[in-house]
Design a protein around this ligand. Structure first.
Ligand code: MG
Length: 451
């Protein structure tokens, strides 16, 4: 598809609802520049907006994502902040893809340094240094090396590992190139991290068909073409899950990696979910997992068979969890602004550089942050520390990993590493803060690798 950007003036939300679009041209894809790497795609050839400034964007073009419901021939739109609403898609079989690049940072390094192909590449601090792993190639993962693990542990597990310093700018540039290819499919896109996105293919698959399986199957060749294009143009492999919702699409992309393409049919979804551990379900973190397994509910099948209400175990979330267990999920793509960060900080009564005090402080902050992430069912790609010295000089440093962290011990370890790496505690601190950003919906699973 030709990615020509032209401008359509959208006069107002009401005008769109009534088909009164004042069009100056057509948009094939569109990506706002001020939210780097976050794609908002207009439906190709239908309508769209290409505002030049952020203000213009919010003032004139709140309905950016559109869907034409061919049953009623009316143009339905959903506001940017609301994503795709269920109401606007009533009667339409959704087709959602989840695209996830395979071992992204490490694969970029292997592509850029062909001599590293087939070797266990570990991106992060060197194996003989205090530091952490940001990403590991599949060859390294075979040895149990995982993101957020101390580099020394990684070196012990995989002595032949090739340790490389992360090149975040390089990965971000690559991400932009990939998301450009993704946007050219014409899908509506929710980018969730540097190497991961949900794609709404509903319109591209002729959602008018009465048979949901037929609609889903139409996405498979398109997904395959996207994978091939990314491989051909970027020399990187991606895995894609195709299903009727985000929950299943994400499980699908994880199901067969690398370079996997997994279609989860509606009639197969209940059976597909049955053997998976409860942790595989979106939103089940460490605490919920323990609650469920303590109650004897270990697999998703156990949840399916559980006769009672899950509210007794997991509170008001129970009914949603039950629906997830049967593969039902009506969460829309999030196209608006979400929670951007969670942080915690302490000002000391008297300035201190006592390592034990600082470590204890970080540990408590990490617990606090991990607890808040779990309650909101979020996971973080970036950990940040903030220090303020006696003279009020304030510094922040951050690190990003390619597999989101959810647990207090990982947040804590990354925080400690940042303090040490940047030698931030060379004089007494007045304030110490810890934070996470790059938040995304909670880590789905650790099916294969656990440590
Ligand atoms: Mg990935």
């Amino acid at each position: 598809m030709n990615a020509v950007q032209r401008r359509i003036r959208v006069s107002s939300w009401e005008a769109l609802g009534g088909m009164g679009v004042e069009a100056e041209g057509r948009v094939d894809w569109w990506q706002p520049a001020w939210r780097e790497g976050t794609g908002i795609a207009a439906v190709p050839g239908r309508f769209g907006a290409f505002p030049e400034t952020r203000d213009e964007f919010y003032e004139s073009a709140s309905p950016l994502a559109g869907v034409s419901d061919s049953r009623s021939s009316s143009l339905q739109v959903s506001r940017l902040s609301g994503g795709w609403g269920r109401a606007s898609l009533a009667g339409v079989h959704r087709v959602i893809l989840h695209l996830d690049m395979d071992a992204f940072y490490a694969s970029v390094e292997q592509r850029d340094h062909p001599e590293l192909k087939g070797r266990p590449v570990i991106v992060g601090a060197a194996g003989d240094q205090r530091g952490v792993v940001c990403a590991a190639s599949y060859e390294a993962r075979k040895f149990g090396v995982r993101s957020a693990m101390p580099s020394r542990t990684a070196a012990r597990l995989c002595p032949q590992g090739v340790f490389l310093r992360p090149r975040m700018d390089r990965y971000r540039d690559e991400s932009r190139e990939i998301m450009r290819l993704v946007a050219e499919t014409g899908a509506v896109i929710q980018q969730v991290s540097v190497d991961e996105a949900y794609l709404d293919f509903t319109l591209l698959c002729g959602a008018e068909s009465d048979d949901p399986e037929v609609v889903l199957e139409r996405a498979v060749p398109q997904a395959h073409e996207l994978q091939e294009r990314i491989q051909r143009e970027r020399q990187l492999s991606a895995s894609i899950g195709v299903a009727s919702n985000k929950l299943l699409a994400k499980l699908g992309s994880d199901f067969r990696k690398p370079a996997g393409l997994t279609l989860i049919r509606e009639r197969e979804k209940v059976a597909f979910l049955r053997p998976l551990p409860v942790r595989a379900l979106h939103g089940v973190g460490t605490v919920t997992e323990k609650t469920l397994t303590d109650a004897g509910l270990k697999t998703v099948g156990d949840l399916q068979d559980h006769p009672g209400d899950l509210r007794a175990l997991v509170g008001s979330w129970g009914p949603v969890l039950k629906r997830f267990a049967f593969g039902d999920d009506d969460r829309p793509l999030e196209l608006g602004d979400e929670v951007r960060s969670i942080s915690s900080e302490n000002t000391f009564e008297s300035d201190t550089e006592d390592r034990a005090v600082l470590r204890q402080c970080l540990r408590e902050q990490a617990e606090d942050i991990a607890g808040r992430m779990e309650r909101r069912r979020l996971a973080a790609l970036t950990v940040q520390v903030k220090v303020r010295y006696t003279d009020f000089t304030t510094l922040t440093r951050q690190i990003s990993v390619d597999e989101p962290v959810t647990q207090a011990r990982d947040v804590y370890r990354l925080g400690c590493w940042l303090l040490a790496q940047h030698r931030l505690v060379h004089r007494p601190l007045r304030l110490l803060g810890l934070g996470v950003s790059g938040l995304q919906e909670g880590r789905i699973q650790q099916l294969v690798f656990r440590w």
